[in-house]
Design a binder for this molecule. Sequence first.
Ligand code: PLP
Ligand code: SF4
Length: 423
Amino acid sequence: MTRTWRGTRLADLAAERGLDEAYRHEIRVVASVLPFKVDRYVVDELIDWSAVPDDPIFRLTFPARGMLPDDVYEPVSKLIRDGAGEREVRAAVTDLRRRLNPHPSGQADNVPLLNGDPVGGLQHKYRHTVLVFPSPGQTCHSYCGYCFRWAQFVGEPGLRFASSRPEDMVTYLRRHPEVTDVLLTGGDPLVMSTPVLRRWIDPLLDIGHVSTIRIGTKALAYAPSRVTDDPTLLHLVERCVRAGRQVAVMMHVSHARELATDSARRAIALLRGAGATLRAQAPIIRHVNDDPAAWADMWQAMVSLGIAPYYSFVERDTGAMAWFEVPLARALAVHTEAQRRVGGLARTARGPVMSATPGKIVIDGETTVGGERVFVLRMLQARDPALTGRVFFAHHSADATWIDGLRPAFAPHWPWETTGGSE
Ligand SMILES: *Cc1c(COP(=O)(O)O)cnc(C)c1O
Ligand code: SF4
């Protein structure tokens, strides 16, 4: 029995589920360019097939025509209709992918140096937190259509940054006593078996200043059996906690339905029982959760399961963005209206947040100052620590979807452009 469908094989699954040939062609085209992978758990337990194609989890994980601009879709569609071979399609696609901004927001700029050489697989942008991308963890149990890490999944050389050497991470961390948090991310670190995960986690327990080990994961949504069926993972968490570390599981949760299955609930309870703290975050995504009720339900479900809502994000400018993007004004309305519908414990998510080149920018609200309609923005995290907490303004826009579509208000420049930290 197939466990996982990848790429154009999703067309077979669509056929099994009675979806028509026109849509199967769209799958073949879109999945030739962007990465897709859907696990049986998602197919059997999360997607409501009676609501397809508008089902949010189907939208989250399956290809759609609108994910590609015409100048990418059409040439690939023609090749496939003309019966081009796999190799020919692959060659054409390699070039076309460059039009989809594979590395948004200067992620490649955050790679730190050790003795003058870049340390592969690390990002150190904010003083206290180092991101680690273990190379065996650069995939996920299923893929989200909007993933801004998509370039890492298509396996193109030069579009990956991953660490295969935990020793380099350790050497770097020993020289950076200001780092309190290490965030293992990917992909999904929980695709690694526990013995492999331990190669990155065990050495952290010898570095006194790393007090928090964060694990960024979507496994609780996409593969809760990863947690429920592996007691050694729970033992690892317990060992970290006994060693005085915080184990913070940073869950990626896109929809309340992901928290509703028995196995997800069991996995969450087991991690909490082992001493981990759980937080959850996700982008506000059109076709999936761009609706205050979706967020209010999700936050409520989190709180009832002992998960703290952490961030709501604005979708990054990459990959299938045009299909999934939500204007900043709409993201703000969704976040604010959802907050109004829940109590204080469910209102702990900050957002909507843009993780942009100069830092994490939250849109705190909109208001009118001296007759001018503006967004009130604030730096939650900044590459230049002196800017953290800075409040600033932008002219209101109904359709801008990212900071680069806004104009500063009451100031000639953005804060990061006036402090020498401009990029
Ligand atoms: C969001 C983020 C972090 C973590 O920020 P917190 O606000 O501490 O959760 C660290 N590094 C990068 C590059 C980030 O984008
Ligand atoms: S779980 Fe995260 S890294 Fe994996 S596909 Fe989804 S957004 Fe991307």
